[in-house]
Design a protein around this ligand. Sequence first.
Ligand code: HEC
Ligand code: HEC
Length: 306
Amino acid sequence: MSKDKMQSQAVQTTGHAWDGDLQEYNNPLPRWWIWTFYLSILFAVLYWIWFPAWPVAKSFTPGVGKITYVDAKGVTKTTGWNTRADLMREMNELAAIQKPFFDKVAAQPYAAIAKDPDLNNFIASAGKQLFADNCATCHQAGGQGKIGFFPNLADDDWLYGGSFEKIQETLIQGRRGYMPPFGEALSGEQIDQLANYVLSLSGEKMDTAKADAGKALFHSETAGCFYCHGDDARGRPVIGAPNLTDKIWLWANVPNADGPSTKLAAVQNVIKSGLNKGVMPAWGQRLKPEQIKVLTVYVHELGGGK
Ligand code: HEC
Ligand code: HEC
């Protein structure tokens, strides 16, 4: 008898042989494996009985498990267990935890809210959630906005004002900035001069002679920029006309321009075409007053409000 044959006879095999001498061992399954197997069958059976599980014709077996929850109208209901009711129940639990905080926010003036550490903690989390659900699609998750589209809420520069009252007004009413186009009223040369002046205000490279001519135009009746942006070009929050003397840009993409001529072109383009695309939706009808208050404080904190 060969050495190989002796070895294969030492353990039990299934008795089949392939390719002449290829055999299969017949070992018992490990005990832990068997038990896990039986337990998972038991689990599946209990699961089928408890939860909605099997499809039958046009419906499904509802399961014997019950769930009690309060529906959107405030009515307490008990039904067969289902994910929708489970979600309602979880949301109710969360709302119940949040309610006393929302009530406190609703009852207190902003100055008191800002000084209350408990409320501040609450606003940091509830405000973050509300912001993520309603605002982050436009203003981005951290409120940093997007040049050319949505203002940065995380800096301390404000189009419409950064006090609690002004931010709340922005949220309730919405905002729509408007600057008329000057492509018809002014010549290309005048627009070029104005753009050089605007760049000079924030310390960008430009042509000084053109900027001087632009400065005169800015304050003249011909262009009338000062009506909206102010004599000092620091903006007028009542109409959302921005401060042109800081290095913060929303519409003219100066920060990402790759050189002086691209910066100039970006500013020229704004003056030529005007602006009518900055639309901040109104939330007064869509959110509850206390939610708006939470968001107001949240945004105020984001941007180091004023
Ligand atoms: C559809 C996009 C969009 C959504 C959603 C949106 N915003 Fe705005 N928001 C804008 C735009 C655009 C402006 C700038 C309006 C302008 O240029 O006149 C703005 C302006 C603002 C301002 C004024 C900033 C300043 O400098 O004065 C605040 C504050 C603000 N949004 C907060 C919010 C909050 C809070 C939410 C969520 C409840 C929100 N926004 C949702 C687009 C949006
Ligand atoms: C009727 C009021 C009004 C007049 C007049 C006006 N602007 Fe504006 N300007 C605005 C408003 C409002 C915005 C911001 C629009 C927005 O946010 O939706 C703006 C934005 C700008 C911007 C973009 C700033 C940025 O952050 O990208 C520049 C540059 C500018 N104005 C320059 C001028 C110059 C130069 C003139 C004169 C030729 C002028 N504006 C006249 C109201 C005005």
